[in-house]
Design a protein around this ligand. Structure first.
Ligand code: PHE
Length: 338
């Protein structure tokens, strides 16, 4: 380095060249390399600084200022280039990650579970909480499961009361849409040793004409308990507990003596409506010894109770509907309210 004036001229040229190269840098990696080259330990400005000691004091002052000015200019140019490249990189990333949501515009609405599904889920929760497990059976049944094993032989007048929808298969009146969920009792006892604590929700079918309280395709939940020393007290205690858990405190229950071939004694189970009238929910009773025997269970050792309730009617009560047909009209304006 001859003198301060030369040094200043060299540095000016260096800065001018550097500004051009920085403007050409096409990505952040190239910029990092340039940054190291122009301002790092081995850069020209760092080297120039080391030589200041060899200059006389006046020159040293001028040269020092020139070096500092060059460094400041280089740092500003590097910072500007970094800003330019970072903005470009961001824009490229935004473009690459952009999602086209335009097709999803318009009305987006969340669906909800049907009232029957909500009622059924809640019933399952209540009974599972009481120690029951969930069982299932087919919707198309044979006469054995829908009637005979349930102590309803062919000649039995109770067969007529079930208003059964028969399927045109096999012998006449041999295959049918199940008219209640009670066949799941039989299937469970055939496959499982007692003690048994199950509930079986599912669709059931009868030739009923739809009205405010009936549907030809409806849903029941069957309950079956088989254990040692089971009494009518266990049945009514379970019913009360279930109603309390399902409805809360306000609903009253009553058992009315009734008749089913598969239970003895049998009762009809009613719950109180807000207006004080009673709504029949279904039947229940102590499992008939013949039914236990039909499934290879010794009635001397094991006793049980069973019940079968209409889920749709439970939904009508719980959601205070005026008409059970609302459940199948599929009017979303109605269903959306729940
Ligand atoms: N299966 C009977 C019905 O649908 C109800 C019931 C179930 C009665 C279990 C007693 C025991 O009418």
């Amino acid at each position: 380095m001859s003198n301060a004036a030369d040094l200043t001229a060299d540095l000016d040229a260096l800065v001018a060249d550097a500004v051009e190269r920085l403007a050409d840098a096409s990505d952040l990696d190239a910029l990092a390399a340039l940054d190291a080259e122009l301002l790092g330990k081995k850069s020209a400005v760092t080297a120039a600084k080391k030589q200041l000691g060899g200059l006389d004091p006046d020159d040293r002052k001028v040269a020092g200022q020139a070096i500092n000015a060059a460094r400041t200019s280089l740092e500003a140019a590097v910072a500007a280039a970094r800003e330019r490249l970072a903005a470009g990189a961001r824009a490229a990333q935004y473009e690459a990650e952009r999602l086209d949501l335009s097709e999803k515009l318009g009305e987006i609405r969340r669906g909800s579970l049907h009232l029957n599904t909500q009622a059924r889920d809640r019933l399952e929760d209540v009974f599972v909480g009481m120690g029951f497990t969930i069982a299932e059976g087919p919707e198309v049944e044979t006469a054995w499961y829908n009637f005979e094993a349930l102590n309803i032989p062919e000649w039995h007048p109770a067969r007529g009361s079930f208003d059964t929808i028969f399927v045109n298969l096999g012998e006449p009146e041999e295959v049918m849409l199940r008219s209640h969920t009670s066949p799941v009792q039989i299937r469970t006892m055939e496959n499982q040793e007692p003690p048994i604590y199950i509930v079986a929700p599912g669709r059931t079918f009868r030739t009923d004409t739809a009205d405010a309280t009936h549907l030809p395709a409806f849903n029941q939940i069957e309950g079956l308990v088989v254990d040692r020393g089971i009494t009518l007290g266990d049945l009514s205690g379970t019913m009360d507990e279930f109603v309390r858990a399902f409805f809360g405190g306000e609903v009253k229950t009553r058992l009315r003596p009734s008749y089913f071939p598969f239970t003895e004694p049998s009762a009809e189970f009613d719950i109180s409506r807000p207006d004080g009238s009673w709504l029949e929910l279904g039947g229940c009773g102590m499992v008939h010894p013949n039914v236990l025997r039909n499934c290879g269970i010794d009635p001397e050792e094991w006793q049980g109770f069973a019940f079968g309730f209409g889920i749709d009617r439970l939904a009508v009560m719980r959601y205070e509907l005026d008409d059970i047909r609302e459940l199948v009209n599929n009017d979303v304006r109605f269903l959306r309210q729940f």
